[in-house]
Design a binder for this molecule. Structure first.
Ligand code: SME
Length: 178
């Protein structure tokens, strides 16, 4: 078990939701994301706004952000939370696996993974995580979307379903400019 770190003044510890609360929160968040972004095309604007709205409505979102594909690896993009690792190789971490396999990674307890290899702890408070691949209009992998919680078991199939739908709509289906 890695030591935890004091949280800076602007970060709150995660609060898990019941399934009913989670569904209600995602329904409101998805409506807000679509209302704000359906007519927009700018990549960074979309990423930043999705981070903001999801962190507003989901109290277990401790760190939320995008790692962008750049020169065959991942570099940190728009995010909210404590300092995120700047570079992640496709061979490492939950993010690297999501990029390699191009599949959602749902981790109920990050500490069961080999630290430094299969999980990278940018913040020692991270306890559970979900990472999803992000594709553009040409179905090219352009990023991964990463969410951390400071509690175990924060993420499940409800998160996966809503996040896959939101990312598909706003990066694969609707027009996107870079
Ligand atoms: N935990 C991720 C690294 C990114 S930090 O969580 C923001 C991983 O294992 O790839």
């Amino acid at each position: 078990m890695s030591a935890t770190a004091d949280m800076p003044y602007f970060i709150n510890p995660s609060k898990n939701l019941s399934k009913k609360e989670k569904l209600e929160a995602y329904e409101i968040a998805e409506l807000s994301i679509n209302a704000n972004l359906d007519q927009e095309t700018h990549l960074i604007m979309k990423m930043s706004t999705i981070n903001c709205i999801l962190k507003t409505y989901l109290p277990y979102y401790y760190w939320v952000g995008f790692y962008m594909v750049h020169d065959g690896a991942l570099v940190v993009g728009p995010y909210q939370g404590t300092l995120g690792c700047l570079h992640i190789d496709f061979s490492r971490g939950v993010c690297g696996k999501a990029a390699r396999e191009q599949k959602t990674q749902l981790i109920t307890d990050v500490h069961v993974l080999a630290q430094g290899k299969d999980h990278i702890a940018c913040d020692p408070n991270s306890q559970s995580e979900i990472v999803l691949p992000v594709f553009d209009n040409d179905k090219n992998l352009i990023a991964v979307f990463d969410v951390d919680s400071s509690l175990k078991n924060s993420f499940d199939e409800v998160d996966q379903q809503f996040l896959e739908r939101i990312l598909k709509r706003h990066f694969e289906e609707l027009p996107l400019s870079k």
